[in-house]
Every structure is written in structure tokens, then in C-alpha cells.
Design a protein around this ligand. Structure first.
Ligand code: NAP
Length: 252
């Protein structure tokens, strides 16, 4: 098999500038893809990612766009198509996490979390799906979380958004399968990125200690699971969520 199976393919990674998204961009670049690196506001991180994509053998293109805003998403897809052609590989990765108790869960926090983590994923998918259906080809991986599979009392809206991602993956996966558009998801456990900056370090240590592989995962480990689901190695998989969490979700 070629070591560049996605040579010349158009990939879009939302929230691709840092963390898990950045690792996905680099993995796709190693497979030969042209990679659109979406981000919201931190251009410097996106530029660093573009450099890493080049070094990995891919062509990068940066687009600042808020995935929760319909017009921003429409503009991003138009710019992607004008630059590299229609999106063939989509990683719905952009997400936010605010560590708040139930008492601190306000309507603003609730809406912001659901808007980015769930509605954003819907908006981006809907903006590319008709063109995938027309061409009878598409591969989509959504980034969920084990928070969608077990209680998260300090992030109720986040847990609900990620349970929504898992459900969205099943229903949309079924709807699109007959068009050779395969949608699946990855649910990471604790992964070492900036998204955890607000979490109490004592809580992080407790979670690590309660994990069969007692460490945090790396963004590159998640990117490998994402890559598997994008690749033909997972050709019979639809609507599935692969858990990559060091075994945490198995335990109470
Ligand atoms: P991260 O390091 O905080 O990176 C977040 C990325 O998303 C950045 O590129 C950010 O862009 C972008 N972003 C945020 N809001 C956006 C918006 N409205 N529109 C477009 N882009 C937006 O986070 P991460 O840890 O890599 O998380 C990536 C995904 O994995 C998220 O869906 C997260 O929920 C999920 N996840 C993470 C963990 C973990 O432990 N790290 C565990 C389970 C699931 P800017 O930098 O410009 O803001």
C-alpha cells in the first residue's frame, strides 16, 4: 500500500491549529493530503501548524472561522473549495471545555458549549455533505470524549455536547452510508493539551491515578485513531465511536 494514500486529497481539520487537531493535520500531511487548518483566533498557533504540515510533506492552508457561525462556516467551505477543491476528509475537532460546577452553569455557558461542540459539528458537516454525496465519496471523523459516556459533574454542558456528538455520529453515519460517506468518531480520555488548563491539577492527578494506563494520552495517539477511521483500513465501519482513554471508561 502507498505510504501516501491521501495524496492530493482535500482535508479540513476544524480547530486544527493546536492540540489534537494539530496532530491530525500532521498525520494527514504525512499521508499526502492538502490540509486546511481551521482555527478561531490564535493565528500564531495556526502558522506554526502550517510549518509542521509542510515539513510532514503536505500543503497547508489556514482559515480563521468560528464553527458555530453559519456564515463563517459557509465562507470557510467556499475558500477551501477555491483553494484545494471539495472537502473529501473532514475532522470535526474544534471544541471548548469550561470546568464549571452545576451552580456555575449559566445559560450563556450552556449555549456557548453546545453551539461550538455540537451545532458547530452539524454546521460544518452539512456544509460539505451535499458535495460528498454528489461525488459519492467522503470520510468524516468527529471528536467526542469519554465525558459523553460517563458522568462529568464539573462540566455538564460539555458532557451533554459530547454525548450529542456520539449520537450525531450514529444517526448521520447511517444517513450518509449509502453515499459512500463514512462517518465515525473518536472519544479521547485525558489528553495533554491546553484545553485542560482550567482543570484543578489535583483532579487531573486523581483521574490519571484511576486510569489503567496511568498517564495522559498524547495528541498523536488520538490522531492515529482518527487516521484509522479516515483510512480504508476501517472500510466496514459506520457510526462507531472508538474510545482511546488508557482504559478509564471501563472503570467506575
Ligand atoms: P485545544 O488544545 O484547546 O484546541 C482547541 C482548538 O479548537 C484550537 O485550534 C481552537 O482555535 C479551536 N476552536 C475553539 N473554538 C473554536 C470555534 N468556535 N471555531 C473554530 N475553532 C475553534 O483543545 P484539544 O484538547 O486539542 O481538543 C480538541 C477536541 O478534542 C475538542 O473537541 C475536545 O473537546 C476534544 N477532547 C479533548 C480532550 C483532552 O483531554 N484534551 C479529551 C476529550 C476530547 P483557537 O486556538 O484559535 O482558539
Amino acid at each position: 500500500m502507498s505510504d501516501k494514500p491521501f495524496s492530493g486529497a482535500t482535508a479540513l481539520v476544524t480547530g486544527g491549529s493546536r492540540g489534537i487537531g494539530r496532530a491530525c493535520c500532521i498525520r494527514l500531511a504525512r499521508a499526502g493530503a492538502n490540509v486546511v487548518i481551521n482555527y478561531r483566533s490564535r493565528a500564531e498557533d495556526a502558522e506554526q501548524c502550517a510549518q509542521l504540515v509542510k515539513e510532514a510533506g503536505g500543503k497547508p492552508h489556514l482559515i480563521a472561522a468560528d464553527v458555530s457561525d453559519e456564515q463563517s462556516v459557509a465562507d470557510m467551505i467556499a475558500e477551501t473549495e477555491a483553494t484545494f477543491g471539495p472537502v473529501e476528509l473532514l475532522v470535526n475537532n474544534a471544541g471548548i471545555f469550561e470546568y464549571v460546577t452545576h451552580a456555575e452553569t449559566t445559560p450563556d455557558h450552556w449555549r456557548r458549549t453546545l453551539d461550538v461542540n455540537l451545532t458547530g459539528l452539524y454546521l460544518v458537516t452539512w456544509a460539505v455533505k451535499e458535495s460528498m454525496i454528489r461525488r459519492n465519496y467522503g470520510r468524516i471523523v468527529n471528536i467526542a470524549s469519554i465525558a459523553g459516556l460517563r458522568p462529568r459533574p464539573h462540566a455538564i454542558a460539555y458532557a451533554v455536547s459530547k454525548a450529542g456528538v456520539i449520537s450525531f455520529t450514529q444517526s448521520t453515519g447511517e444517513a450518509l452510508a449509502k453515499h459512500n460517506v463514512r462517518m465515525n468518531a473518536v472519544a479521547p480520555g485525558l489528553i495533554e493539551t491546553e484545553i485542560l488548563a482550567d482543570v484543578d491539577p489535583i483532579r487531573l492527578d486523581e483521574i490519571v491515578a484511576a486510569t489503567p494506563l496511568p498517564r495522559m494520552g498524547t495528541p498523536a495517539e488520538i490522531a492515529e485513531a482518527v487516521y484509522y477511521l479516515l483510512s480504508d483500513a476501517s472500510s466496514f465501519m459506520i457510526g462507531q465511536t472508538i474510545v482511546a482513554d488508557g482504559g478509564r471508561v471501563m472503570l467506575p
